[in-house]
Design a protein around this ligand. Structure first.
Ligand code: ADP
Ligand code: MG
Length: 569
């Protein structure tokens, strides 16, 4: 039965809809990118299902997207012959927002339209962008494999409700009809639509077609007759997947637009790396470093990973098996010729090629970052400010690349005494004093505390540089670093202070004198604090402060202790 039902939007969908309409008005044209990208996804999904059910494709095998407009009616129509949707799928996909990050996303909204527009972009609420330009949207769709009486008509006026009814629908796929608002009528225009398609959708791998421009009447008298019955369409976009083209043919503008297409980001990426690998492994990768951190960078269940293709056929989004967790900010595409077309997440986990590709891509990303650091310190600093904390997870997760990761790390140190993390370990080692054996660091909750730590007094006096570690992850990370360039990491607050050869004869005499003179005092303090401290020692490590607490070499530091406490240990 065709029964027409009205449904209310899920609250969050409603809120998003409202935001969409009110915060993206300065970037209206992206609606077309989003709808074309959905149509392209629908084609990918159909091709994928047709691998096991070729009959789905048979009746109409040339996948394509068509954009039409009607200036009088004020409509723009996007039609694809992809997978389509059943009635249930329409309700599920267009009436709810089934993403785990939605709540977190809503909390991040600031009310500042510019910032929120960026968030919406990242979040990729694609379909709803139709309501930036339309006050009414009709969707007609039929799922591949279902009968023509299983078509569905979804209709919504961009407010609290939408309706669905079954309709007879002859062709497979989806048609989205946008009834443009008065202030968006400019989009019912061939030239305008073509230029938007070129700009955003050039690298959609299937043709995005528009009606051929009508030849001027004077030239085309004989033509007129033949054109009348069958309107002719032509592709407006390049219709070739970007990564399959040779690097030398691709302009940076094209790389940037492709990034925006796959990432939903509004901004350009910081850098990218495009590589064709042949030989033992055979694949193409195109990897990007974003210039913005996603709001869910620290959420365990956040989507991450690459878009996976096998022999140019789309297989899945968010294939997370090809990069380690500490490189989860990387976006891009992997197109493999080694993996089977029927590959699933489970198969991926067991396939030997997965690990080989993962290790190659990891090196690729680390090299790309190394290059960026050498070529453009400002851009690298931008990267570090966004993702430095995540990179510090590297030494623990990826022992094999520990040294490569270590070279990419940046720190705040007593050399600059600034909170900005911009000193590398190589910088530090280059400034080490003669005879200095260790890389010294102090851990604290914040920069002010670290900088004024009494443990630093003796180091400042001797001109020995100390890393100022104030991020939660720091203690965890030095614990796994152990050493850099043969120099061990040494917490200035832990154990006996051994400045190595840096202790001169003079220092030694001073130390022995202090120890002797304080003998009685130390004994007395030990008695008073008995049971509360392990040991009391005289020290030369303090210059201005009378005393400090030190944890023993084996103990965990205060940050680590806090992390475990928070975790309920
Ligand atoms: P996303 O594309 O990121 O999943 P969208 O809001 O753009 O989010 O689309 C929501 C869902 O609606 C899609 O995941 C898809 O299931 C469905 N959908 C949208 N457009 C189409 C289409 N042209 N053909 C088939 N399904 C579609
Ligand atoms: Mg989409």
């Amino acid at each position: 039965e065709a029964h027409k039902e009205s449904h209310g939007f899920q609250t969050e969908a409603k809120q998003l809809l409202h935001l969409m309409i009110h915060s993206l008005y300065s970037n209206k044209e992206i609606f077309l990118r989003e709808l074309v990208s959905n149509a392209s996804d629908a084609a990918d999904k159909l091709r994928f299902e047709a691998l096991s059910k070729p009959e789905l494709l048979a009746e109409d095998p040339e996948l394509r997207i068509r954009i039409e407009f009607d200036r009088e009616e004020g409509t723009v129509t996007i039609t694809d012959n992809g997978i389509g949707m059943s009635r249930d799928e329409v309700i599920e996909n267009l009436g709810t927002i089934a993403r785990s990050g939605t709540a977190a996303f809503m909390q991040q909204l600031t009310g500042d339209q510019k910032k929120d527009a960026h968030l919406i972009g990242q979040f990729g609420v694609g379909f709803y962008s139709a309501f930036i330009v339309a006050d009414k949207v009709d969707v007609f769709t039929r799922r591949a494999g279902l009968d023509t009486d299983q078509g569905v008509h979804w209709e919504c006026h961009g407010e609290a409700e939408y309706s669905v009814e079954n309709v007879e629908w002859p062709q497979r796929g989806t048609r989205v009809v946008l009834h443009l608002k008065d202030e968006a009528k400019e989009f019912a225009d061939g030239w305008r639509l073509r230029s938007i398609i070129k700009k955003y959708s050039d690298h959609i791998a299937i043709p995005v077609e528009m009606l051929k421009e009508q030849a001027p009447a004077a030239e085309g008298e004989e033509k007129e007759g033949e054109d009348k019955q069958a309107p002719e369409f032509e592709a407006v976009n390049a219709a070739q997947a970007l990564w399959t083209r040779p690097r030398s043919d691709i302009k940076s503008e094209e790389y940037k637009e492709f990034y925006k297409l796959i990432s939903h980001d509004f901004d350009d990426p910081l850098t990218w790396s495009h590589n064709r690998v042949e030989g033992k492994l055979d694949y193409t990768s195109l990897l990007y470093i974003p210039a913005r951190a996603p709001f869910d960078l620290y959420q365990r269940d956040a989507a991450r990973g690459l878009k996976l293709y096998v022999q140019r056929t789309f297989i899945m989004d968010d294939a997370e098996q090809f990069l380690p967790l500490y490189l989860r900010f990387v976006k891009g595409v992997l197109d493999s010729n080694d993996l089977p077309l029927n590959v699933s997440r489970e198969i991926l986990q067991k396939d030997r090629n997965t690990d080989a590709i993962k290790s190659a891509l990891t090196k690729r990303v680390l090299d790309m970052l190394d290059k960026l650091a050498k070529k453009d310190a400002d851009q690298y600093q931008k990267f570090w400010d966004l993702f430095g904390n995540v990179m510090k997870e590297g030494p623990a997760e990826d022992f094999a690349n520990k040294d490569k990761v270590a070279k990419l790390l940046r720190f705040s140190t007593t050399h600059t005494d600034e909170p900005k993390q911009d000193q590398s370990l190589e910088d530090y080692v280059g400034r080490m004093q003669d005879g200095q054996k260790a890389i010294y660091y102090v851990c604290a909750d914040n920069f002010a505390t670290a900088k004024s730590s009494p443990y630093l007094e003796v180091f400042r006096k001797k001109g020995i540089e100390v890393l100022l570690l104030t991020d939660q992850v720091d203690e965890w990370f030095v614990g796994h670093m152990h050493e850099f360039d043969g120099k061990p990491f040494q917490d200035v607050a832990k154990g006996a202070l051994d400045l190595g050869e840096a202790e001169t004869d003079e220092d030694k005499a001073e130390r022995e004198k202090v120890e002797k003179e304080s003998g009685a005092l130390v004994e007395r303090v030990k008695e008073v604090l008995e049971g509360r401290v392990e040991d009391v020692r005289a020290t030369t490590r303090l210059v201005d402060s009378p005393a400090c607490l030190v944890v023993s070499e084996q103990d965990m530091g205060p940050q680590m202790r806090r992390i475990l406490e928070q975790a309920g240990q």
